[in-house]
Ligand binder design. Structure first.
Ligand code: CA
Length: 242
């Protein structure tokens, strides 16, 4: 099965090309929208992975052009969930989308699901085995007791609720996972890599500044930036504000 990867970011593209090749796919890559449109015509790939933020064209326009002449399945790679109007993308003819940072396993699961749907799947059981689940099992496991108390902070892993001084705060799924990860060992430093691996899954194809963005959002919701201390050049730790 042949995949056309349209991605201008070299670090992401190289990882993906390597991973997909290892998983048994033939991969061709385009770094611009114009190249994508030419390559799709010349190579007739079985699936297109299409980054939305391209240097020369909007990925949506690339999608529109491809869809205007081809039924090739298209999976959009979007930078943030809020950047992408799912309905619009699907109206343009994309078949699916994944939001960066996504795990390689998740991406392969989507490709396989799509390939199955269009009956293209000639790829041996390579990459991810049986696990096509999109729900990463809680990276922190579920062994931890519910209602962990850290100073005025209470984290209930069972219900995924968080309270500060008894007042519940609303966290996104990733913010909760990040907090739960840091809270496994309050005071201990977690490196960005550890955080990425535990909160975002083992394979990482997104900018590391996503961690910092989530830390910033979490600090804001916790009401005191000192809850999460940045350890310069290393990572972050959770601490009760003095
Ligand atoms: Ca891009």
């Amino acid at each position: 099965m042949k995949i056309l990867l349209v991605e201008d970011d070299n670090s992401i593209a190289v990882s993906l090309v390597d991973g997909l090749t290892d998983a048994g796919y033939a991969v061709i890559r385009a770094a611009t929208g114009v190249a994508a449109i030419e390559l799709e015509a010349a190579e007739t790939p079985d699936v297109v992975l299409l980054d939305l933020g391209l240097p020369d064209m909007d990925g949506r326009d690339v999608c529109r052009v491809l869809r205007g002449r081809s039924r090739v399945p298209i999976i959009m790679l979007t930078a943030r969930s809020d950047e992408f109007d799912r309905v619009l993308g699907l109206e343009l003819g994309a078949d699916d989308y994944v939001t960066k940072p996504f795990s390689f396993r998740e991406l392969v699961a989507r490709i396989r699901a799509l390939a199955r749907r269009v009956e293209l799947d000639g790829v041996p059981d390579a990459a991810s085995g049986a696990d096509a689940g999109e729900q990463p099992s809680g990276p922190d496991g579920s062994a931890a007791p519910t209602g962990q108390q850290i100073g005025p902070l209470e984290i209930d892993r069972r219900t995924r609720r968080v309270f500060v001084s008894g007042v519940e705060i609303q966290l996104t799924a990733k913010e909760f996972d990040l907090l739960a990860h840091l809270a496994r060992d309050p005071g201990a430093v977690s490196t960005r890599t550890e955080i990425l691996e535990n909160v975002w899954d083992a394979h990482w194809y997104g900018p590391t500044k996503t961690v910092d963005a989530h830390v910033a959002a979490l600090r804001k919701k916790l009401g005191d930036h000192r809850w999460i201390e940045a350890v310069r050049g290393v990572g972050f730790r959770l601490e009760v504000p003095a």
